[in-house]
Ligand binder design. Structure first.
Ligand code: ZN
Length: 407
């Protein structure tokens, strides 16, 4: 079975995928889904390739949000072993990438067993491995007792509308592995993250008479200190799956805009940032804690009491998510990775970032992540993936397909 992995073809698929510059919000997102639909159909899978009704998806109360403009998006699901009921396994990968950096980001250059470029690590390497696994099952002539499904999605990087639309279309499975880069670890849990925005009001005056005004920057300093304390409190006792991290649930201010003139006391400041959601914590509770911390900081200040900081929540909503405790998919994935030749049993750890895992979890589909590449190189100028890891993951997925769906 493992010998059925066509290594050259997996690498060729990865290069073809990387050469489609499927940056979020560009028309190449549609191109890469067409490529996947054709490739999966060519392997003999039953393919559902559909234009996502963006208006309907955005109007859904559970829409996970998006951060780029898009007037077109496509879904692509391939099912092998049709007619056998609900798939015993879903393999998910996103084919959208963040904007490029570095030289020749879409060339798919290979050197020393490594492929470089945007999307190699996050996560076309995983997608190529998934395709390689399914192709191996086909070419080995295995008859599946239960179907296996491949979910290729767009829009993951800016919120997750592709997986959302795929699940809304009714695609399901008994368990799911997301091929995101996990550096050899099995990741059964993701903390979540939210984007927050703070609007701080001050009182403008000439800088030479600054005590007659109120600086929005100085007002923000008080709020920022409160946020630092909030982060500390929320990280006092993180879940054991995240205890290897120095900060499991980071709160980070990413942008600040204030003032319009050097000698004017600024009457307005807008800050945006990223806020971690704890494992098993509802998004609403996380939002409430930050809003309460800001309100408390304002209540302790004469100016802010009368002019409280406004908190809003733009952008994507990444809830946290976790594989149910004791679910067999965890042990099955560890065993498959070892049997596929992992040098040691994969470590099992949670990750501090959100992914589509939480959408499958919310839909009642037990899900974990295991895939090629190291997330440190995702989105980086020197993004790359080791090809031996891609091939190892193809073998691991092939074993998982056999064991979960085989006769
Ligand atoms: Zn990713």
């Amino acid at each position: 079975m493992l010998a059925a992995i066509d290594e050259d073809r997996v690498v060729a698929d990865l290069r073809e995928l990387v050469r489609i510059p499927s940056v979020d919000g560009t028309t190449a997102e549609a191109d890469v889904q067409s490529w996947c639909a054709e490739r999966l159909a060519g392997l003999g899978l039953a393919v559902d390739h559909w234009r996502i009704d963006l208006d309907a998806v955005r109007a859904d109360p559970d829409f996970p949000g998006s951060e780029v403009e898009r007037d077109e998006a496509w879904g692509c699901v391939g099912v092998l072993g049709e007619g056998g009921g609900i798939p015993g396994l879903v393999l998910n990968g996103h084919v959208d990438v963040v904007p490029p950096a570095g030289e020749d980001p879409f060339a798919g250059r290979v050197g020393d067993g490594v492929m470089y470029g945007r999307g190699t690590c996050d996560m076309k390497g995983g997608v190529a491995a998934v395709i390689g696994a399914v192709a191996a099952v086909m070419s080995a002539g295995v008859t599946l007792a239960r179907p296996v499904a491949v979910h290729s999605v767009v829009g993951e990087e800016d919120g997750g509308l592709g997986t959302f639309a795929t699940l809304r279309r009714g695609h399901r499975g008994e368990a799911c592995v997301i091929a995101e880069p996990t550096a050899g670890q099995v990741i059964p849990a993701n903390a979540g993250s939210l984007t927050f925005r703070l609007d701080v009001t001050g009182l403008a005056t000439h800088g030479s008479t600054r005590t007659r005004g109120v600086s929005a920057i100085e007002a923000f300093e008080r709020v920022h200190a409160a946020l630092r304390h909030l982060e500390q409190r929320r990280n006092a006792a993180p879940d054991p799956l995240l205890s290897h991290l120095d900060v499991a649930y980071p709160l980070s201010v990413g942008t600040i805009e204030a003032g319009d003139w050097a000698s004017t006391v600024p009457d307005r400041l807008v800050a945006t940032g990223r806020y971690g959601v704890r494992l098993r914590e509802p998004v609403e509770r996380a939002r409430h804690e930050l809003e309460a911390a800001v309100a408390e900081a304002c209540a302790g200040d004469d100016w802010l009491r009368e002019h409280p900081v406004a908190v809003s929540w733009p952008g994507g909503v990444f809830a946290s998510g976790a594989l149910p405790d004791g679910h067999p998919l965890l042990g099955e994935t560890v065993a498959a990775a070892e049997d596929a030749g992992a040098p040691a049993a994969p470590a099992v750890r949670g990750a501090p970032y959100g992914s589509d895992l939480r959408q499958y979890a919310a839909a009642g589909i037990p899900t974990l992540q295991y895939g090629p590449g190291d997330v440190r190189y995702a989105h980086a100028a020197d993004e790359h993936v080791r090809l031996d890891q891609v091939l190892h993951c193809a073998r691991t997925y092939a074993l998982l397909i056999l064991r979960r769906c085989g006769s």
